[in-house]
Unconditional design. Structure first.
Length: 284
């Protein structure tokens, strides 16, 4: 099992190794486009679990039409801006939306270009950041300031979340199952593939370990100690580099995608405790 091929949510190079090597050797293309594994299938919608929601279309600054859902919660509570991980799409995160809604959060989740119903194709790391800026532009136009938001990113989405935290500081940055960098996770999960061509074939850095030093917002990290994709040591290294206030919640028995299911009160209470970062700003 590895980051590239074993998990349907985070597939990468191994499934397309021959094609990638041939393409790169023939055309000299950047292999980053092979990282992004998207699904067009709609697995579920919020109304199937009893959630009211708005079906949203918005444009990025470079004109790409993206699709998302806005699930309203308690208007006196912060908005979660949800950056999902690789593969799948927003329809695979309906259970997470329901979980946050029960606590009281409003949530805006969207698909990157080429994922789900969103148009276009992600071929560069910067494409995901451009899409995230578009999502921020949209929710700000709806009246939400960054200071009234919680940025929440899972796996690869944690890298997008972190970058937005640098550009537009929120009330708090929440990273779940984050990796330290693309090269680190490649070496960890597919060392042979990485040694053969990964170091020169992929431009994407997703250099979270260095970027996290620049965050001014509080940082909260969730990590499962049974995660077979991203080891807990990566979360610990990220925590060491982050500025105060910061915290790491290690979930016993937690894998890469089920922390909200196995985390129990520890996971839920950690989310409720985020109010201490948001409430003072809300009173200003």
């Amino acid at each position: 099992m590895n980051f590239f091929s074993a998990c349907p949510k985070i597939r990468l190079i191994n499934l397309a190794l021959a094609t990638m090597v041939l393409t790169l050797s023939t055309f000299g293309c950047d292999g980053t486009r092979f990282i992004f594994s998207s699904s067009k299938d709609v697995f579920s919608t919020p109304d199937e679990v009893g959630l009211a929601y708005e079906d949203i279309w918005f444009k990025t600054r470079d004109g790409v039409q993206l699709h998302g859902w806005l699930v309203p919660g308690d208007p006196q509570m912060p908005l979660i801006l949800f950056f999902h991980g690789n593969a799948a799409n927003i329809s695979y995160r309906v259970d997470n939306l329901q979980y946050f809604n029960k606590i009281g959060f409003s949530t805006f989740i969207f698909d990157y270009r080429g994922f789900g119903k969103s148009r276009g194709q992600a071929i560069r790391e910067e494409d995901l950041y451009m899409d995230a800026r578009g999502a921020l532009d949209y929710v700000k136009d709806r009246g939400w300031s960054s200071a009234r938001m919680i940025y929440y990113g899972r796996s690869m989405g944690a890298a997008v979340c972190l970058q937005m935290g640098l550009e537009f500081a929120p009330a708090v940055v929440v990273l779940e199952c984050p990796f330290t960098s693309m090269s680190d996770i490649a070496k960890h999960t597919a060392p042979v593939t990485y040694a053969l061509f990964g170091w020169w074939a992929i431009d994407a850095k997703f250099d979270n370990l260095n970027k996290i030093k620049g965050l001014s917002a509080p940082v909260v990290i969730f990590q499962g100690d049974a995660d077979k994709i991203v080891p807990k040591e990566m979360a610990q290294r990220l925590l060491q580099q982050a500025n105060e206030p910061k915290s790491l919640h290690l979930i016993s028995g937690g894998g890469h995608s089920n922390l909200y299911q196995v985390g129990g009160d520890k996971y839920k209470n950690a989310w409720i405790e985020l109010f201490r970062y948001w409430a003072p700003m809300h009173k200003m």
